[in-house]
Design a binder for this molecule. Structure first.
Ligand SMILES: Nc1ncnc2c1ncn2[C@@H]1O[C@H](COP(=O)(O)OP(=O)(O)O)[C@@H](O)[C@H]1O
Ligand SMILES: [Mg+2]
Length: 438
């Protein structure tokens, strides 16, 4: 932290890297000039020899220019940035395939030498982006499969990974993994909050389009056996101008194998499926569907539907809507469970009436959909394709269906049914209901 060109704001926001320092040493004789030309606070620019292009799997020398912090989660920092290929160094493409920081190792995908792949067609000074760069510590006791999974998934409703690189921080000497993804302007948490502040909810047509895209992303992920394991509004990116939705944050995601136990302490409290709350270790991708139900409910209510004050009372919040869990539920989920089973009914009406009371302002088809998702038994809980085929989405299929993005008087068309062959295969018998010409 001795370089005078680094502003205090930058010091607080970003981890410095060795390459950045080298660059500054390099220009030391222009020190005053550099200071004058120094980018404004928060802008952080550096060049790395081994930035991997996800599509081509080649490592290239690139300059990264970070200019805005856009997110801070439990594990990572997310910044907005632009990147450009840097061919200034003649040897830049003859570097070793093995990145010194181990990028690509254990991913199961070879990382080749960047023979200018992708760079050739671009002018040297052409900035690419904007992107969102997520930075997380590379090696921790907690195993993240985020890079591994983001490298294999390719879907219109899943955030796409463009580049990745490892970088050592000069502050703590730790290696950080950097994931360069496409950037979306908002997420569902911000959208729900925005409308709540003006005493509205997200418009119904938007909710339908968002929910459909969320279910479509799950159809695809679950088709690979991958469970996201942290579905919640802040992990669902949206673009309010186009009503597009993409799931992000695969930091907890995992491919679940039948009969292989997984930790039950995943998902954020309000969005945890009941089987996770009671400590089930042989759960399925249906835990994500529960999360989807909670997200949809939150869009209608403007606040989380099950706000447990403590981990133990999360099940109580669920029982207040669904009634006491059946005994078979505990036995099937975790026979060792010794916590409160909430066997006494916490309301006097029927479950249907309970739903209607809580979602008093919501349309009946939305309530019907939620009643098929928010159920204790994961096996009875709706699958992604069953969600997608629900009449709640019929409106989207109409040729006349158009949406007006927030603050816009120009309607836009959404292409929500452009399924791939793989998706049609996964839809199976539901294929016919979802074949829509748009
Ligand atoms: N690709 C992206 N585009 C725009 N914003 C993003 C993107 N990825 C993440 N963010 C923002 O950063 C926040 C944290 O990122 P996330 O991947 O969820 O990290 P964490 O594991 O720390 O929760 C998100 O809630 C979102 O607001
Ligand atoms: Mg997150």
């Amino acid at each position: 932290m001795t370089q005078s060109t680094e502003t205090p704001a930058t010091q607080n926001l970003y981890h410095r890297d060795p390459s950045h320092q080298q660059q500054q040493h390099h220009h030391h004789h222009h020190h005053h000039q550099v200071q004058v030309q120094a980018p404004p606070a928060q802008v952080h620019e550096y060049t790395l020899p081994q930035v991997v292009n996800n599509k081509t799997s080649t490592a290239n020398r690139m300059t990264i220019r970070e200019y805005k912090k856009i997110g801070e989660g439990a594990f990572g920092t997310v910044v907005e940035a632009v990147l450009r290929y840097d061919n200034s160094e003649p040897n830049s493409n003859i570097s070793s395939t093995t990145s010194s920081s181990g990028v690509g190792v254990g991913v199961g995908v070879g990382v080749g030498v960047g023979a200018g792949a992708g760079a050739g067609a671009l002018a040297k000074d052409e900035w690419l982006g904007p992107f969102a760069i997520k930075r997380v510590p590379a090696q921790t006791e907690y195993k993240s499969r985020e890079l591994e999974i983001l490298r294999v998934v390719q879907h219109p409703n899943i955030v796409s990974l463009r580049f990745f690189f490892d970088k050592k921080s000069s502050i703590d000497n730790k290696v950080y993994q950097n994931l360069v993804m496409e950037c979306l302007p908002s997420n569902l948490q911000s959208e729900i909050k925005f409308y709540r502040q003006s005493k509205y909810t997200i418009p119904y047509p938007h909710m339908k389009a968002y929910t459909f895209q969320l279910a479509r992303a799950m159809l695809y992920l679950h088709g690979f056996g991958i469970s996201h394991r942290d579905i919640k509004p802040s992990n669902v990116l949206v673009d309010p101008a186009t009503i597009r939705l993409k799931i992000c944050d695969f930091g907890s995601a995992k491919k679940l194998e039948p009969n292989q136990p997984s930790v039950s302490y995943i998902c954020s409290r309000y969005y945890r499926a009941p089987e996770l709350i009671v400590g089930c270790s042989l759960y399925t991708t249906k835990i994500d569907i529960w999360g989807l139900g909670c997200v949809v409910a939150e869009m209608f209510l403007g606040k989380p539907i099950f706000q447990g004050q403590a981990p133990e009372s999360q099940l109580k919040e669920i029982a207040k809507l669904l009634g006491p869990p059946p005994n078979t539920f505990f036995f099937k989920s975790n026979p060792q469970y010794r916590g409160n089973m909430y066997t006494t009914k916490l309301f006097s009406c029927s479950v249907e009436e309970r739903f209607s009371n809580i979602f008093s302002n919501s349309p009946p088809d939305a309530i019907d959909l939620l009643m098929k998702i928010l159920v204790y038994d994961p096996e009875s809980r709706a699958s992604p394709r069953r969600v997608m085929a629900h009449p709640f989405f019929d409106e989207l299929k109409s040729k006349e269906f158009k949406v007006y993005p927030r603050g816009s008087s120009t309607a836009i068309e959404l292409k929500l049914f452009n399924f791939s062959e793989f998706e049609y295969e996964l839809l199976g018998p539901y294929k016919e209901v979802l074949k829509v010409q748009q």
